[in-house]
Design a protein around this ligand. Structure first.
Ligand SMILES: Cc1cc2nc3c(=O)[nH]c(=O)nc-3n(C[C@H](O)[C@H](O)[C@H](O)COP(=O)(O)OP(=O)(O)OC[C@H]3O[C@@H](n4cnc5c(N)ncnc54)[C@H](O)[C@@H]3O)c2cc1C
Length: 304
């Protein structure tokens, strides 16, 4: 038996072969993964991680795929999607334990309904709690790290770790997990504040309206493509000033609404996105001497 058959036999969650990654990323780009696995619960995940590690199989963890670009050739190995199987929410007063597979949007809405504030700045950001912790996602001057107290993760041998906030090295779109790719986030504990549900919902409405005005709402993208460079104007402003809105390569285009969004106008390939991103980088550098770095994570065999 090869590792795929071992996994198919051992796993309780869904195992699929040749699943296109375009179906599992907001960009809608990416070829087939050798194997795609959606664990049914934490135990199922731990067993699969152990098996893949013993068999020496390459693996990638994804959530909603809202910050990812897979290559057109797909992924050689196993892609594990953390979703509903790790989707529990437990309330204990103002302390809330969220499974890594909880959708960020459902967490924002459910907490608002209970009058628990702290996550509302993340309204409108697609993703899961695991992906948001990994990226330290945030908006309007506040990131998820501001209310995190503890994160639970499992290692490649299936062993469990509990990490306090101080150990998580949060920064601008940065977390400890980016330097520790062997770890899979399984849950996060947050400390919220009390507020009137109607007031929280009003804030959420405002944030979503702002996104609809300033971003290509509804277009296929992975959000901001480039990180904001330190000590310079935001990446979107630099790309705009360099006159690159509307620049395209195949099915990929620099949004005319927000210049830091590369959008898939239909049928974009990963090569289209990368060649466009490369052109943007070169032209911004020629324009103002600033080197842009991607914020989107590239799951490619080569590097950007
Ligand atoms: C329209 C749009 C708007 C956006 N706006 C914002 C914004 O305002 N602010 C912002 O910060 N981001 C924004 N993003 C980017 C994206 O939504 C966030 O980065 C989000 O946190 C990604 O979560 P995800 O579950 O989709 O992670 P994925 O994209 O699936 O994964 C991102 C990274 O996290 C890792 N990862 C995911 N889950 C786990 C886990 N359980 N354990 C270990 N590693 C894991 C993956 O391996 C990958 O490297 C936007 C994206 C879109 C499409």
């Amino acid at each position: 038996m090869d590792w795929t058959e071992h996994l198919e036999k051992a796993a309780r969650g869904k195992v699929s072969r040749g699943e296109p990654m375009s179906r599992h990323t907001t960009f809608g780009v990416g070829g087939p993964a050798d194997v795609f696995f959606e664990p049914l619960d934490e135990e199922d995940l731990r067993n699969a991680l152990r098996l893949l590690s013993l068999e020496g199989v390459r693996r990638a963890i994804i959530g909603r795929g809202a910050n990812l670009l897979f290559s057109d050739e797909g992924y050689g190995g196993c892609v594990i999607r953390i979703g509903k199987g790790l989707g529990s929410i437990d309330y204990d007063g103002r302390t809330v334990k969220l499974g890594a597979g909880v959708s960020l949007q459902s967490a924002v809405v459910k907490l608002a309904e209970k009058g628990l504030c702290g996550l509302e700045n993340l309204a409108g950001i697609p993703g899961t709690i695991g992906g948001a912790v990994w990226m330290n996602a945030g908006a309007f001057g506040r990131s998820i790290s501001s209310c995190i107290t503890n994160v639970r993760a499992v290692g490649s041998g299936g062993e469990e770790l509990s990490l306090e906030k101080e150990a998580l090295a949060f920064g601008y779109r940065k977390s400890f997990f980016q330097e520790n790719p062997d770890l899979t986030i399984v849950g996060a504990e947050i400390e919220t504040g009390d507020e009137n549900p109607a007031a929280i919902k009003e804030k959420i409405k405002g944030m979503i309206a702002d996104r609809k005005r300033k971003q290509p709402w509804g277009a296929r993208s992975a959000g901001s493509f480039f990180r904001n460079p330190p000590g310079a104007a935001p990446a979107g402003a630099l790309i705009d000033q360099a006159g690159l809105k509307g620049l395209s390569s195949g099915g990929a285009r620099v949004s005319s609404v927000h210049a830091n969004f590369i959008i898939n106008t239909g049928g974009a390939t990963c090569s289209d996105v990368l060649s466009l991103a490369d052109e943007v980088r070169k032209r911004v550098f020629a324009f103002c001497g600033v080197e842009l770095e991607p914020e989107v994570k590239l799951l490619l065999d080569g590097s950007f």
